[in-house]
Design a binder for this molecule. Structure first.
Ligand code: SAM
Length: 295
């Protein structure tokens, strides 16, 4: 029988195979190496086989079909943490993450901001995602200790028109609203690679015919009286070519200012919206480097 290396190399190339074989051998999982290699050769994402993914300084659990946290999400979450650090708040901030998946966004904020300054919540329609997010909260130590930052996950659909009134244990008004919602349009969905299509939850990916359904729902929530604090900030990840349309969606429901952050690959990746109108000269400005509240 071919060696593990040659089986991996036939699919991944020798260089990548050597790297991945090292990671598979070091993996802290209860599966024989040959079984892991077969799963990898069949196209399963490495992170589901290793059962972990680094996200900033955190190492989070990953489990199919909950979305594997992506580097572009890590990048803007770190930038958002810097922005929040640079703007003082007299009270403990409340953060709500919509479509929380593994809980990666609020958990990284919990890690990067001073302890005892954040209470974060995440909602997801998927019970499997909520369970994973709760495990990640335990793993990272951000579950219940009020001396530290905390994260709680709840199962709910934020497309539900009654979502703001559901008594889930969420505590509006929120000071920060984050989301990496499903944003793949129908046409793009059909072109996704099998490694995504066969393993990751379609409900984590498909954002309606034009990919923008979830942004409309988030903008409506942002405009719902009492849901956000008056000076709240909203940060949403967007797909290729969606940034301006997403800005328009927010501008159409509320009087807001917004900027677009580029990701490390120079793609317009995050729309950041401030509810309280600020200096108009900062409105719609592109920021690719350091972030900060418009003064
Ligand atoms: C693109 S994934 C992002 C997951 C995670 N935030 C991340 O960045 O890795 C979108 C998430 O939204 C969830 N989702 C989809 N529709 C939803 C809905 N109507 N209400 C709540 N969550 C939803 C999916 O289950 C999925 O976990």
């Amino acid at each position: 029988m071919a060696s593990s290396f040659s089986r991996l190399a036939a699919t991944l190339g020798r260089r990548q195979a050597a790297l991945e074989l090292r990671w598979l051998k070091a993996a802290q999982v209860h599966a024989p190496l040959e079984e892991m290699v077969s799963r990898r050769v069949a196209g399963e994402p490495l992170q589901y086989i290793l059962e972990t993914q680094p996200f900033g300084p955190l190492t989070l659990k990953t489990r199919a079909p909950t979305l594997i946290p992506r580097p572009e999400t890590e990048d803007w979450t770190i930038r958002l943490a810097e922005l929040l650090k640079n703007t003082s708040s007299k009270r403990r901030r409340k953060v709500l993450d919509l479509g929380t998946g593994s809980g990666c966004i609020p958990l990284l904020l919990c890690e990067l901001l001073p302890q005892g300054t954040l209470t974060t919540f995440g909602v997801d329609q998927s019970l499997l995602a909520v369970q994973l997010a709760r495990e990640n909260a335990e793993l990272t130590g951000f579950s219940t200790d009020e001396q530290r930052n905390t994260f709680s996950a709840f199962q709910a659909s934020f497309l539900d028109p009654l979502f703001p009134q559901l008594h889930l244990g969420l505590e509006p008004p929120f000071d920060v609203l984050t989301s990496n919602p499903p944003y793949i349009s129908w046409n793009e969905y059909l072109r996704l690679p099998n490694s995504v299509l066969n393993y990751e939850d379609p409900k984590a990916l498909f954002g309606g015919p034009d990919g923008l359904d979830f942004y409309r729902a988030i903008a409506r929530l942002a405009a719902t009286r009492g849901f956000l604090s008056p000076d709240a900030v909203v940060a949403v990840e967007v797909g290729d070519g969606q940034a301006q349309q997403v800005e328009e969606i927010f501008h159409s429901v509320a009087r807001v200012n917004s900027v677009i952050w580029l990701d490390p690959w120079d793609k317009q990746r995050t729309v950041v919206v401030w509810l309280q109108p600020v200096d108009a000269s900062h409105s719609r400005r592109f920021i690719s480097g350091e972030s900060g509240y418009p003064q």
